[in-house]
Design a protein around this ligand. Sequence first.
Ligand SMILES: *Cc1c(COP(=O)(O)O)cnc(C)c1O
Length: 453
Amino acid sequence: MDNYTKVLLDESEIPTQWYNVVPDLPTPPPPPLHPGTREPIGPDDLAPLFPMALIMQEVSEESYIDIPGEVLDVYRLWRPSPLFRARRLEAALDTPAKIFYKYEGVSPAGSHKPNTSVPQAYYNHQEGITKLTTETGAGQWGSALAFACAQYGIECEVWQVAASYEVKPHRKTMMEIWGASVHSSPSDVTEFGRSLLADDPQHPGSLGIAISEAVSMAVEDPTTRYALGSVLNHVLLHQTVIGEEALLQLAKVGETPDVLVGCTGGGSNFGGLSFPFLREKLKGKMNPTIRCVEPAACPSLTKGEYRYDFGDTAGMTPLVKMHTLGHSFIPDPIHAGGLRYHGMAPLVSHLYETGLVEAESIGQTECFTAALEFARTEGIVPAPEPTHAIAAAVREALRCKESGEEKVILTALCGHGHLDLAAYENFLSGEMVDHELSQASLDTAMAAVPVFD
Ligand SMILES: *Cc1c(COP(=O)(O)O)cnc(C)c1O
């Protein structure tokens, strides 16, 4: 088993439980607050938005939560996902490091997002909900939820950020193939959307705005709920199937990681990959460095402030303590649409604050340079988001080349880029530019965050 390229698991080895990292943490993350009373919210406050099963997972103190059989049945369409050893990339980099990537692009929607969209649709269906609303930036989450809703026969209505709606028409088509209806956001179907369009008919939209629109439609209708594709504890929980499988796969080839790197938009693929390894680290069984990688244009961990802020632009969601660039922040239009969110998962923010994980930011031209080298050696065309993870893995591998260290590097290739070829065209034609976040735009957005703590 020395010259393997990929490590596969048997269908019977799909994890049957999700791992909740919260009980294992040295200190608990601060609770979400009610936007009106500023007191910690209770399950009832979230009931207009989410089904009770997901709310209970959101606040759970159990270490493990059983994955329902009906969810496992759908997971089996693409799980277990393969773990690859990037031997051809290693050779091209001339590094003594071993690079492993867990490939989540094998799901129907082409990313890790169905790991959570499927249980979310399932629990809503179980509780009699007939329709889910959501937002989508790059279109990945919208397609994942559309696919999941189709599995359980519920409706799906998606607000796609206007800028992405324009440049990613095929994502909209995918959502429609799976039966969803799709609006460009800001849209004329919500009051908030209409008010923004009145000011600027060409408004490019943002994830925060699209969340406000989707939330407002859900709270109006008792048979409709809202679904979020990242950031929340229950989303990160569902994604831990990635890390649990990767742990097993590395064990099969006798490896333990020295460095884990993952791209972070809201933190779900990163949390999903890293939490099971963090558990092992906290138990003293291994000691990997765990690092978040974010875009230089939207660096919520490395440049944002750790404080209570809204999850959406209109200020309708609970207040969560997270690294934030300010809920009114609209990032530059980098190609990694899935990483253009103003905040970071409270759990990942808390881990960063407590020093259990590190973070770095990388500009998009370095990311696409690394992605091209990856595609030309490993074959897979990465989605723009994981190009950040690949660039970070390449940085680490090149450091190993300097030092001669034979580190084991693990990352998640959390989606393929088949519907993102416009980004590659932009790069190949030499037109791609790096957007550094200016202090002025950061100051403006942070000034709009009320002081809660
Ligand atoms: C949505 C998405 C991301 C960003 O979300 P996380 O919650 O940070 O994982 C990253 N990569 C891909 C492929 C995505 O679809």
